[in-house]
Design a protein around this ligand. Structure first.
Ligand SMILES: [Zn+2]
Ligand SMILES: [Zn+2]
Ligand SMILES: [Zn+2]
Length: 343
């Protein structure tokens, strides 16, 4: 099991805990130690502060010891990518997997792991600034860590996500993404799984495979394509310039992809981030990977995908109250702009 470093000496706090909302059904992660992390600056983001950045080369001791590193050239002391446990983890390794019921309420220990992928030694380089082979290395690190984290039988899901820019929740400028291994399947993934299973059971193919066919023949929302992957603006985009990337052939689990798959994906992902940068001017964004739950591989009806969500406006009361989003940009217009802003 991957160690999760906790600075117990700072202050005495309760261990992280998951609680289920008995009305809405969703889970809340209570993680007091997260309160100790650096305060997120108000937008616009501050100038890069490489002078104090804990992710820059030479300050490796300011993060917990790495769980994975790639060196460039191989065997040299210069790293090109590091994966370290989060210094302010939302979850920890110790605890039981069993739920505890108290009348109406269900709680679980906040067990799992929380890791940071430092994508480049260069402070100012974001994922989209890296050349294709370096993006492929980041994706390979994601695959390697996912395969390792899911070996813990208590872990039900491993989520890879990226927050870029203060408006997307990033607290550090240095290019990085995160992995969270949790003992439950997140509600948003569970909802997707259930909808896809329903579609499949009523005599259809995989919902995503059908969506790919429809988007390709329609063409209005296509952004870019590579040999094995497709990028398009989803029909009901929640955010302006929201873009999804999927494998063209049916593939339930990202982590089952080959090196060739990752290389192809890296080229397309880099191109999409470049287009978003040109259209929106280095936007803040969230990126999330939706893949199958650890204990449900090889599904006929689920198809892994990346969701890229540019963040220009914060979520407000209407979104919180209604559960649906107001998007001022038609996905067809966003896709056209992104096609025009290509390499
Ligand atoms: Zn840095
Ligand atoms: Zn499919
Ligand atoms: Zn999804």
């Amino acid at each position: 099991v991957t160690g999760v470093s906790i600075r117990r000496e700072v202050t005495e706090t309760s261990p992280p805990e998951l609680r289920r909302d008995p009305v809405a059904g969703g889970w809340v992660l209570l993680a007091e130690e997260r309160m100790l992390r650096p305060r997120a600056p108000d937008p616009p983001p501050p100038p890069s502060d490489a002078a104090t950045c804990p992710f820059c080369p030479g300050r490796e001791t300011r993060t917990p010891p790495e769980v994975l590193a790639y060196h460039d050239p191989p065997g040299s002391s210069c790293w090109s990518l590091r994966v370290v446990p989060n210094l302010y983890p939302a979850l920890r390794a110790e605890g039981a997997a069993e739920p505890r019921i108290e009348g109406l309420y269900e709680r679980r220990d906040g067990i799992g792991a929380h890791e940071v992928i430092i994508e480049s030694p260069r402070h100012e380089q974001d994922l989209g600034d890296l050349p294709g082979p370096r993006i492929a290395r980041v994706l390979a690190a994601v695959r390697e860590r996912m395969l390792d984290l899911r070996r813990d039988p208590r872990i039900e899901y491993v989520l890879w996500f990226k927050n870029r820019g203060a408006a997307a929740g990033a607290t550090l400028d240095h290019g990085h993404s995160q992995l969270i291994a949790i003992p439950i399947v997140p509600g948003s993934v569970r909802e997707e799984l259930e909808r896809c299973r329903e579609h499949f059971r009523s005599g259809n193919r995989c919902l995503f495979c059908e969506m790919i066919d429809q988007e390709q023949s329609d063409g209005r929302r296509l952004v870019a394509a590579s040999g094995r992957h497709l990028a398009f603006a989803p029909f009901a985009s929640r955010f302006p310039y929201e873009t999804w990337i999927l494998p063209r052939g049916h593939a339930p689990s990202f982590e089952a992809g080959s090196d060739d798959d990752l290389e192809d994906l890296a080229g397309l992902l880099g191109g999409v981030l470049l287009r978003l940068g040109r259209s929106l001017g280095r936007p803040a964004y969230n990126l999330v990977l939706h893949t199958t739950p650890c204990r449900e591989p090889g599904l006929d009806y689920y198809h892994w995908h990346l969701e890229i969500l540019p963040r220009r406006t914060p979520l407000a009361g209407f979104e919180w109250g209604s559960g649906f989003h107001i998007n001022p940009t038609r996905p067809e217009d966003a896709a056209r702009h992104l096609r025009e802003d290509g390499p």
